[in-house]
Design a protein around this ligand. Structure first.
Ligand code: NAI
Ligand SMILES: O=C(O)C1=N[C@H](C(=O)O)C[C@H](O)C1
Length: 252
């Protein structure tokens, strides 16, 4: 059966690329393109079954609740989500009116980034030091990137599980924040540079050795197979799914 798809944020860099990918995808029909100022309502959604949200961190959660109220399953790529916001979506999905509905939120839909996060989490327990450097195009409105935050959280969780203490760091004075943001004890550095798209480096250090894990997305086409996979799969799930790795077998 054809999946009818609405794209929210359709005029943006990601939204417009997603519109093109949905139009090219077998078994999908793009039925609505909504952007800022458009109401989310049955009339504008044109009987869409799945909505894809690539908007801005300030509005994405409200969009998801409105889309659930309208009876759609939702795929979200927009950043800015925290545990409290996830919990509010879980609570919404638990209401009888939302029975059978499903939301998938992923900080990154590119396979290289999903693998980089997974490898970083796997490697983290073996290294004394770990830091994350994300590098993006200068039109990005948030820092650090959602992917970097998710990566740092996974590294921190792996370190805690392995019983590792804080990363070694003798810094006593840093009035200008040169050591970057600190996410769950992991330092995260953000670079904004003309010419870049979306890149991340995870550096892990031990005495005398370093492991560098790097993902480079040179073009937004890199995110499209993951987005299309999520659109296909979201309807077969229930509840909240976080991360594209939940749909891909990374074992082996
Ligand atoms: N999960 C992933 O793989 C990826 C996630 N992103 C994230 O996706 C988001 C969008 O990124 P870009 O497309 O580069 O940004 P963008 O600024 O090019 O596009 C955002 C679009 O959302 C629209 N918008 C703003 N408020 C809206 C509202 N209330 N309703 C509907 N549309 C609204 C804007 O008018 C704009 O067209 C960011 O949070 C970014 O970090 C970006 C790339 C990949
Ligand atoms: O804004 C972007 O471009 C990107 N945003 C996401 C993030 O913040 O992690 C994903 C990717 O890095 C591109």
């Amino acid at each position: 059966m054809t999946i009818r798809v609405a794209v929210i944020g359709a005029a943006g860099r990601m939204g417009s690329t997603v519109c093109g990918a949905v139009e090219q995808a077998e078994g999908m029909e793009l039925v609505a393109r909504l952007d800022a100022g458009d109401e989310i309502s049955p009339a504008t959604l044109a009987s869409a079954r799945v909505a894809v949200d690539f908007t801005v961190p300030d509005v994405t959660e409200a969009n998801v609740h409105a889309l659930l109220d309208a009876g759609l399953d939702v795929v979200v790529g927009t950043t800015g989500w925290d545990e409290e916001a996830y919990d509010r979506v879980r609570e919404h999905l638990a209401r009888p009116q939302a029975e059978g509905r499903s939301v998938l939120i992923a900080p990154n839909f590119a396979l290289s980034a999903v693998l980089a996060m997974s490898l970083a989490a796997k490697a983290a327990r073996y290294f004394e030091s770990a830091e994350v450097i994300e590098l993006h195009h200068p039109a990005k409105v948030d820092a650090p990137s959602g992917t970097a935050v998710a990566t740092a959280r996974r590294i921190a969780a792996a370190r805690a599980e392995a019983g590792l203490g804080p990363v070694p760091d003798a810094t006593e004075s840093d009035p200008d924040g040169a050591r970057g943001a600190v996410v769950d004890g992991v330092h995260v550095h953000a670079v904004r540079l003309r010419g870049l798209t979306a890149h991340e480096e995870i550096v892990l250090g031990n005495p005398g050795e370093q492991l560098t894990i790097r993902t480079d997305c040179f073009d937004r086409s890199s995110f499209m197979p993951g987005v299309i996979l999520a659109v296909r799969e979201v309807g077969g799930r229930t509840g909240l799914t976080i991360g594209l790795d939940q749909l891909i077998d990374l074992a082996g």
